[in-house]
Design a protein around this ligand. Sequence first.
Ligand SMILES: [Zn+2]
Length: 634
Amino acid sequence: MIKKILLPAVVCWSAMSVAGQPSTGKFEPVDFAQVRIDDSFWSPILDRLRTVTLRACIEYTETKTGRIRNFEKAAMRKGQHEGKYYDDSDVYKALEAIGYVLHMGRDSALERTADEWIDKIAAAQLSDGYINTYYTLTGIDHRWTDMEKHEDFCAGHLIEAGIAYYKATGKRKLLEVGIRMADHMDRTFRLSNRHWVSGHEEIELALVKLYHLTHNVSYLKLSEWFLDQRGRGYGKGVIWDDWKKPGYCQDDVPVKAQRTIEGHAVRAMYLYSGAADVESATGDSSYWAALESVWEDVVGRNLYITGGIGAEESNEGFGLPYHLPNRDAYCETCASVGMVFWNQRMNSLSGDAKYADVLERSLYNAALDGISLSGDHFFYGNPLASSGDVTRKEWFGTACCPSNIARLLASLGGYIYGASSKAIWVNLFIQDSASIPMGADTLGITQHTRYPWDGAVELQVSPEKETNFELHIRIPGWLDRPVPGGLYAYANQGDQRPELYINGGKADYKLEQGYAVLARKWKKGDRVDLRFPMKVRMIEANPFVKADSGRSSLQYGPLVYCIESVDNSQPVQSMSVRPEGLFTVQYEPHFLGGVNVIRWATSANGKKSEALAIPYYSWNNRGPGQMEVWLLAD
Ligand SMILES: [Zn+2]
């Protein structure tokens, strides 16, 4: 049921359901379009996205595979479909990434390519709004007969791409294609009440985005309708029975009744992102118990220390709780991208920083590991140990990951801040400048920092006129514990207290749901200095995690570290670390694009040597080799 149709641009932060559970959200994320990143850690990655990554995606999409040719043929209604039935989605995800990149700076060659693609996509749309090159070329009579065939999944990515490209360029053509497809689906399913369970969730979150842009409530209702189809037997016998794993498509139990994480990791992340979006947009808080309980199951029993999820290759998803093998970790890049999506929504719904903590962990480690430092090689799976037999690839038969990591990184500006009617929320520490609408005025905010190499952050706020509001600054959860829920713990605690200063004087603040809350009348140029104590932290896993038994891993700030054979004279499998060991941390500007390395004295097989660890995301950039995240604990 739709309780609330139109939202104001900024949601009232005090809006809560009767039961006190999140409903319409504590704040709204500040859109990527409001934020300009100029950061020593992230900007080189974003530059390479434009100059290398997207060029590689374009080459594979347009020339080396038939993804664009499929649209050309579909426009003529004849020809052989090339590739997989879900390949249209990769074109849309690349276009979405191009949209974000064009917003960062015009690039006429990229824009020309995108416009050409969009013309071809529009020409492939049927008169009733349906668009999917697989069914147009293999038999249109069979469309909407197999819930596993990703038609609605592709439609969701089309809609997301249309919105991103419209926001970046003002051009509506792709958006209109997406709207016609959404209208087609609404007529075909919701308005006809024809049961349908999406085999691969994605359409739900895309429809809520479309609703926010157009204010057409049909899209919100359709999203809610898709969620409500699940767990009612409508998908049984049609699709995923073959997988023999429970809950492969999260269709065994109605969404609101789900309490544990099951099945395919990417599908699950997109489902819960969509459910959180519907809750936020409708005020229907009855999704929250499921969202919170499933999240606790993910983080408390099924999360890698890198923020990666989905240990099993057999179902590309979740297996038994605490079964987290390192060498055989599946940890699909897309699943980590999905963790960022879902945790952002949980964070803005609840106002609880623990979700942003997990978002940061997945972003800086398991997701970022998915792309090479050169920007043109990708991991599909992201293991936490290697005997030298894995390496990033230029492309994949199923190529979901390259364009997915590209669109996440290109939209990074959208993860830094949140805003409500009387508060600004700072979630990530990235050097940037942002302008945030606050009522009738605009608030300027800037960050200066070398995070994650350094724990000092300088924030400056500049309201147009003196204004009362609260600044909520996330105190990184990694100061106290690696992740919420007890799956991991630090072996070497020390002074964990952050320091906060306002205009040079020590700040009084209250701590609320993991945020330091600074309430005052702010004026132009007011400055907040943050000091997060940085040191090498040793992590131990819960004894239930057999794969990590007798082992420790290293973390510095939000970054998980690993050892690679190329840097170490001892075999990495036999190198050890101890809590009382003395670590040295040094920034190496010309090594791996500029990283802090960790050194310590180690011994293996009776021989002493110096060990060197690098950030996990930066491994496998000097050829294949052995690698370990979890080291033997002396
Ligand atoms: Zn993927």
